[in-house]
Design a protein around this ligand. Structure first.
Ligand code: HEC
Length: 209
């Protein structure tokens, strides 16, 4: 593809994403207004409940994470041997690791006032910044380990604002996940096995009390 049509395509897809996001947020706002009027819990039929919004956001995040891991990192690094992924991707002129890619996106969203925030956390973090901080985060990460296949949903109040907080399991789906984490010098856990829950995606949405 020539550079101009690439730029045009990228710009178009960014605009489309933006329009979709505004539409989603608009209907969540409508839902919040409707639910406070009718006092129904967890949103109303007229709008999107915080749980549906979190589930939808998570579906996009998980898909993007899988596509990046499989079709970019695994293909270019392990199949076509073109470029490696490295934790020190800038110095090494390499691809960022999937978890770094995820965190950069999350940091960008947190600066946008987008109506939600998210993070990939773990009870056994390689990067200490990814440790759970609030009680609900700790409770959620425990719950997804103890209840395979289930998501965790809770509410918490932080700085006077009430939040709906969802936690989704992040599993060791490839040998590379297990090998790298078990062998990483900063990893506090070295006995991950295939299929283990290695951490969780936390999505936090402000709600009215
Ligand atoms: C080549 C090494 C490597 C591979 C492969 C890898 N990770 Fe990680 N992972 C890391 C590093 C380094 C971090 C910390 C990134 C950061 O700075 O936030 C991390 C972060 C994470 C976190 C957030 C908590 C933490 O440990 O800081 C989770 C959860 C996670 N990885 C799960 C996975 C899963 C699941 C896979 C496989 C799909 C995977 N990782 C593949 C190195 C790796």
């Amino acid at each position: 593809m020539n550079p101009i049509s690439f730029v045009r395509r990228t710009a178009l897809s960014l605009i489309r994403t933006d329009v979709r996001r505004s539409a989603l947020l608009a209907s969540v706002v409508v839902g919040a207004a409707a639910s406070s009027a009718s006092c129904s819990k967890g949103g109303s039929a007229a709008g999107i409940s915080p749980q549906s919004m979190a589930d939808a956001l998570h579906a996009v995040m998980e898909s993007d994470r899988t596509v990046y891991t499989k079709n970019v990192v695994n293909r270019l690094q392990n199949v076509e041997n073109v470029i490696k992924a490295s934790e020190h991707w800038q110095d090494d002129k390499a691809l960022p690791l999937p978890a770094q890619m995820f965190r950069m996106g999350a940091e960008m969203v947190s600066k946008k006032d987008a109506g939600f925030t998210y993070a990939l956390l773990s009870e056994w973090p390689v990067n200490k910044q990814n440790a759970p901080k609030t009680d609900i985060e700790k409770q959620g990460l425990k719950f997804i380990v103890e209840n395979p296949g289930k998501n965790f949903y809770g509410e918490e109040e932080l700085g006077g604002q009430k939040y709906f907080t969802a936690v989704y399991a992040d599993k060791g789906v490839a040998e590379a996940c297990i090998k790298c984490h078990n062998g990483h010098k900063d990893s506090p856990r070295k006995d991950f096995k295939m299929g283990d829950v290695m951490g969780g995606v936390v999505i936090r949405i402000p709600i009215s009390s």
